[in-house]
Design a protein around this ligand. Structure first.
Ligand code: SAH
Length: 410
């Protein structure tokens, strides 16, 4: 379905010239160039496809332009691109083929289909929840009507979904100076469904909850955690029960803790969907506790509670670089408390989803906690996001989730 390019004839060849620093970024295989590195912009409307040059006029490739973001251009090709909607359709199909061709999404009907820059589609995220697809649009270029149309059309052809939902982050639309729009169905009539990951079932409501509704990036970590889990388990920051329900098959009891009552209500409903798993708890209990995790860990530690398996999956403490020190303090405190409650031979699954905390920072902070807790822990697995959330080697921003599985030696 050939579509017209988003750029109108009047702006047939919008172009930018980059400073040396901007050119160096592209040469380092990073797709972003900041506004301060654009030395000249000719006739570039918001969200346009632009031709990118160095200061001498040498052609470097094609990018998506944002008139408002500090990230002024996001490269989509080192060559010429005439038709953005056609490119988007092709890249969505490539993203699907990457996942199915490499067998990255077996054992699940919930996974990420398109992950923005990591699938060469800056500003587009698409998740599949069984027969409901959920998309997020984060840039001006992806929000242009012909691009939106081709996204919906391609997804319909590839998946025949019962519904396609758009989740809107009002703050991002404001930052991108896009008109406000509510979250809602873009196509079809279904926005909630059930999904199955690793044999565990979950409710999904496409218009509620965080992110696009679930933490799909943890899917493979759920299965890995369940491999080592045993005995009495505590899932701290359990949300809708992602880890807790995976642990149920292997543990004698599971306690999930979260400060969000609505999340725990869905966790309870999810438990009801998995009657056989819960029966496997051998008469042990599955319970949900609404509490502040820091307070609860302190109280439980003071009461000498002990566990065989503990999961820590807190929200991102470092939202910006400035928060880093304070965030590291928070991660250390949580890990220290959990390690003190772990029985010998116990398993600690500890996660961090702050991009600003590097994999090395996180290892260090967990190691510092072990030192203070006087525990020797072995790294059973050093993991990241599920493989359907790919990461680009030269784009550190695409790597944000750390998950260590540790066993307590003594
Ligand atoms: N492990 C979950 C995802 C956790 S997201 C999964 O795999 O699906 C982080 C969760 O931490 C959210 O559910 C949020 O409600 C909860 N949370 C945030 N601050 C908290 C606090 N101080 N105490 C307890 N829970 C908290």
């Amino acid at each position: 379905m050939p579509k017209k390019p988003v750029i109108s004839a009047k702006h047939a060849e919008p172009s930018v010239k980059l400073s040396i620093r901007g050119v160096n970024r592209l040469q380092a295989r990073h797709p972003w160039v900041y506004r301060s590195d654009i030395v000249e912009a000719n006739d570039v409307p918001p969200g346009a496809l632009v031709r990118v040059h160095d200061q001498r006029g040498k052609f470097l490739g094609t990018a998506l332009y944002s008139s408002s973001s500090q990230i002024a251009i996001r490269m989509v090709s080192h060559g010429s691109v005439a038709d953005l909607p056609a490119l988007v359709a092709e890249r969505i199909r490539d993203a699907i083929a990457y996942r199915t061709g490499n067998d990255l999404v077996r054992n699940t009907d919930a996974y990420r289909i398109v992950f923005s820059e990591a699938d060469f589609l800056p500003g587009l995220i698409v998740d599949r929840y069984n027969d409901v697809l959920s998309l997020q649009i984060l840039t001006q270029a992806m929000d242009a009507a012909p691009v939106r149309e081709v996204i919906v059309q391609t997804l319909r052809e590839e998946f025949q979904p019962a519904g396609i939902v758009q989740r809107v982050d009002a703050r991002i639309r404001e930052l991108e100076q896009l008109p406000a729009r509510p979250s809602g169905l873009l196509w079809g009539d279904k926005s909630s469904t059930d999904v199955t990951m690793n044999g565990v079932r979950f409710h999904h409501d496409g218009l509620e909850g965080q992110k696009t509704g679930a933490f799909l990036d943890q899917r493979e970590n759920y299965a890995a955690a369940a491999e080592y889990a045993h005995g009495e388990a505590l899932d701290v920051f359990c949300y809708q029960g992602g880890f807790a329900l995976h642990l149920a098959a292997k543990c004698s009891s599971v306690t999930g803790v979260d400060s969000s009552r609505p999340a725990l209500e869905i966790a309870e409903k999810n438990a009801a969907l998995n009657a056989t798993l819960i029966a496997a708890l051998n008469g042990g209990e599955l319970e949900w506790i609404e509490a502040n995790a820091f307070d609860l860990l302190r109280d439980y530690a003071a009461a000498n509670r002990r566990y065989d398996t503990i999961v820590l999956d807190p929200p991102a403490f470092a939202k910006t670089k400035r928060d880093l020190e304070k965030a590291l303090g928070g991660y250390k405190e949580l890990n220290l408390r959990a390690m003190k409650m772990l029985r010998p031979g116990g398993i600690l699954v500890t996660c961090c989803c702050s991009y600003h905390v590097s994999a090395a920072d996180f290892l260090k902070v967990v190691a510092d906690a072990a030192q203070d807790a006087h525990r020797t822990l072995r790294v059973v697995e050093n993991r990241g996001a599920a493989r359907d959330h790919p990461m680009l080697l030269n784009v550190p921003e695409t790597s944000y989730l750390r998950c260590l599985i540790l066993s307590a030696n003594d």
